[in-house]
Design a protein around this ligand. Structure first.
Ligand SMILES: [Zn+2]
Length: 375
């Protein structure tokens, strides 16, 4: 259950529209991350007001807590978390991968000990599809192995990246078969892997295209590699994916990274950066990033970003946010998260408007120049 149309394009960049079971998503889109069934510190009504049309949920964490038996009682994640618009869930692969030495990977899947209660658990492509069926997310992700950029200081070589990518392809086929067996009415996306190797990425794209999935993601970037390596892969892969299907760049990135991704043909993004940085007092503005903990803001009467239309900037000064942060008030990360997410969502809206009028390249140049100007 997915429709996608490209409404306009400029170079490789596309302005599109995604139709999902719980609503329409205008692309390019940024998807706020709601790991445990909550975008940290932000009410669903605030997300709706800022124009967020789709959010993420995390299969691994929701499986451990509250568990699929609880979410099944609510007929899925939407009613459980009070969010009526579309949801995308990851497959859990990235989180078990993040457990490092505590996870044992085999052809069957990944065996690990629950970080919550110590239970021995096995996550396989089939189990991931079964969990995501209960979550009833509009977009489910295939179970994959995220190829590490380096392990214990050793950069992953081509042979190792190849072995990993080929296993992810077999897991894609198993995910697809189980998704069909469960009669999941939503959409399943495949994930391109292949490490930092263009030839492996191309093999992954070709094999996944054969599976004819409704959409495709680019995984295995933003996993600790140098920025230039990430930019090389982001420039290489998106436009090689089928033109008529949505393309999702996983876990990226800064506002400038989003501009680069759109220019390379990406339609969907997610990243914890706006919310995580907000909690650390790191705020995004049109004229560069602002560290609200800096003493220079103690008496600053301006809003975080005078060009921002968010509820935080409409009402509160930098001095007030600085004060709240100093006192450890819970309102500080809440107001900062609303501002940062609004900044990302508004950026994507500006990008879509520019694509509609064929002015994306000019917009991107002006935006990046403003950002590097500094506060
Ligand atoms: Zn703001």
């Amino acid at each position: 259950m997915l429709t996608f149309e490209v409404l306009a394009s400029e170079g490789l960049a596309r302005r599109g529209r995604l139709g999902l079971r719980h609503g329409v998503v205008e692309t390019p889109v940024f998807m706020p991350v709601g790991t445990y069934g909550s975008v940290k510190g932000v009410l669903p009504s605030s997300l709706e007001a800022m124009g967020a049309e789709i959010i993420l949920g995390n299969t691994f964490h929701l499986w451990l807590r509250p568990g699929t038996d609880v979410i099944a009682r609510f007929a899925g994640l939407h009613r459980f978390e009070g969010w009526t618009r579309p949801i995308l869930t990851d497959s859990g692969g990235f989180q078990v991968w993040s457990l490092g030495a505590n996870a044992k990977v085999s052809e069957l899947g990944v065996a690990f000990q629950s970080p919550v209660n110590g239970d021995k658990l096995l996550l396989t492509p089939e189990v991931s599809m079964q969990i995501q069926r209960v979550l009833d997310s509009d977009i489910a992700m295939q179970f994959d192995e995220c190829t590490a950029y380096e392990t214990l200081g050793r950069i992953t070589g081509e042979a190792e990246a190849c072995r990993s990518m080929e296993m992810s392809l077999r897991w894609a086929a198993r995910s697809r078969a189980e998704f069909a067996r469960l009669e999941n009415p939503n959409a399943l996306f495949g994930i391109v892997q292949g490490g930092m190797f263009e030839t492996l990425r191309e093999e992954s794209v070709a094999a996944l295209t054969e599976l004819d999935l409704p959409g495709y993601a680019i995984g295995g970037v933003s996993v600790g590699e140098p920025k230039a390596e990430m930019q090389r892969i982001v420039a290489h892969t998106p436009h090689r994916l089928p033109a008529g299907k949505p393309r999702y760049l996983m876990g990226v990135g800064t506002p400038e990274d989003l501009i680069d991704g759109v220019a390379a043909g990406v339609d969907m993004f997610d990243c914890v950066m706006p919310t995580r940085n907000a909690r650390n007092g790191h705020l995004f503005t049109r004229f560069g990033d602002l560290r609200i903990r800096n003493a220079r803001y103690k008496t600053d009467e301006q809003p975080i970003d005078p060009t921002c239309a968010c509820p935080t900037c409409a009402r509160f000064s930098r001095a007030y946010l600085h004060h709240l942060d100093r006192c450890g008030e819970m309102l500080a990360p809440m107001l900062a998260s609303v501002h940062n997410l609004h900044f990302y969502v508004a950026l994507m809206r500006d990008i879509r408007d520019a694509l509609e009028t064929g002015t994306f390249a000019a917009f991107a140049t002006a935006f990046c120049a403003d950002r590097s100007r500094g506060i």
